[in-house]
Design a protein around this ligand. Structure first.
Ligand code: A4P
Ligand code: MG
Length: 185
């Protein structure tokens, strides 16, 4: 085994939570495809995918509604390598990064939480800086990790209790099943 491989092998697995969002090109389909892509990442295991929620876009102009979900993964990738991998998945799904902030997008993958880490550098801020303001992130996070304490911020239950969930609409299972059927054709 090479030194690098041995080091990777020895790396401790971390539990990470990934925010998935889409408001273009069949968002439910995009979210389910993203789940499959996360399950295929190297040195990574998919632990759970939350229910999917639809909500109005937070951002400029008239935009289609978003579909959001959160995935829990166990990964041996370091946080920055995981960010690289998430951005590669976004690019593969056809996401184009423009200059407009919060413009509509085919797929957005945010690293919400990475183990107990608190990271703040030019490329990466973890926990995700806007996590505590967003019910469309906290509600699905609570669904799959009800006992989670977000490093530096507090229990996810407490964070969500400060927000309204009124604009969130759970995507029915039937809609997800249609997507699976179309995939099989
Ligand atoms: N970056 C730093 N920290 C992180 C992190 N924890 N996870 C850097 C992911 N990326 C992180 O991101 C810009 C840069 O942030 C990356 O290059 C990375 O180095 P981006 O994905 O290219 O751009 P973005 O997502 O448009 O920017 P931003 O400001 O992160 O947007 P948000 O906060 O993700 O918001 N409305 C609804 N209803 N649902 C949504 O999901 N999402 C957004 C985007 C706006 N409105 C929404 C939703
Ligand atoms: Mg993003």
């Amino acid at each position: 085994m090479s030194a690098a491989a041995a080091q990777a092998d020895a790396a401790i697995a971390s539990t990470a939570y990934i925010g998935i969002g889409s408001n273009l090109e069949q968002p439910v389909h995009q979210v389910l495809q993203a789940r499959d892509a996360l399950a295929r990442l190297p040195d990574t295991r998919l632990l759970a995918l939350s229910p999917l929620y639809r909500s109005p876009a937070l951002g400029p102009g008239q935009q289609p509604d978003y579909v959001n979900a959160v995935a829990a993964i166990e990964t041996r990738l370091a946080a920055h390598a995981l960010l690289d991998a998430l951005q590669a998945v976004e690019a593969k799904r056809g996401r184009v990064r423009g200059s407009v902030q919060w413009a509509p997008r085919i797929l957005d993958l945010d690293l919400l939480v990475y183990g107990d880490s608190e990271i703040r550098d030019q490329r990466l801020t973890v926990p995700h800086p806007r996590l505590a303001q967003r019910a469309f992130v906290l509600k699905p996070l609570l669904d799959i990790a009800p006992n989670l304490t977000v490093p530096g911020l507090g229990p996810v239950t407490m964070l969500l209790s400060n927000l309204s969930e009124a604009s969130l609409q759970r995507v029915p299972e039937t809609e997800m099943a249609i997507d699976r059927r179309e995939d099989a054709l």
